[in-house]
Design a protein around this ligand. Structure first.
Ligand code: MN
Length: 196
């Protein structure tokens, strides 16, 4: 996407048409993880790029330990609106089960060209979620285009997994603080008494 051809065709000393501002591509993009209790529990890792949510299913979820590489299976792009979804998908439907919005925030590409890095299968990203922060790496395994690895890069947010397993320590919805059973409606949530 470039205004080069638009500019070539016009003499802006003579036309009142707008030159067009060089709009930098939005640097802060949506990042979310949905914890999905389908046939197998997994974490759907999603990054906004090109107007969609690039999506990977991470069976074991993320780890803050840079020595732990988590399999991330590339799945189909999802619409941006999917980023606020929490609820249940009917059994028998695709992805049937309970979906929790586990983390939400923004991400920035550390690579100069995020699209090129994605195509190449090696993305360095900076997450600013409620749960995950700092530098992360997504790398495609060359032998299989669907299989990628998600891993933490060492920074101040990295922690050894035997000391801190974030999927265990932070298991609730970032949106509603509910657990999967509560989202599924199996457990009633205690409502705080209103004081009026
Ligand atoms: Mn899923």
């Amino acid at each position: 996407m470039s205004l080069r051809r638009y500019h070539q065709k016009r003499d802006f000393k003579k036309t009142a048409e707008p030159y067009g501002k060089k709009i930098p591509s939005k640097s802060k993009l949506l990042y979310i993880i949905q914890k999905h209790a389908a046939s197998h529990l997994h974490y759907d890792f999603r990054l906004e790029l090109n107007g969609v949510l690039l999506s990977w299913a991470v069976p074991k979820g993320p780890s803050l330990d840079p020595s732990v590489k988590r399999l991330a299976v590339h799945v189909e792009d999802h619409p941006l609106e999917y980023g606020s979804f929490e609820g249940t998908i009917p059994q028998g439907e695709y992805g049937g089960g309970t979906v929790m919005l586990w983390d939400k925030g923004t991400w920035q590409s550390v690579d100069a060209d995020a699209k090129a890095a994605y195509k190449k299968g090696s993305m360095t990203i900076l997450l600013n979620g409620k749960k995950l922060k700092g530098l992360w790496k997504l790398v495609r395994i060359h032998s299989d285009p669907k299989n990628w690895l998600l891993m933490k890069i060492t920074d101040e947010y990295a922690r050894p997994i035997d000391e801190y397993d974030i999927t265990q320590k932070k298991s609730l919805s970032v949106k509603t603080k509910r657990n999967l059973d509560q989202i599924a409606g199996k457990t009633k949530i205690k409502k705080a008494k209103k004081t009026s």
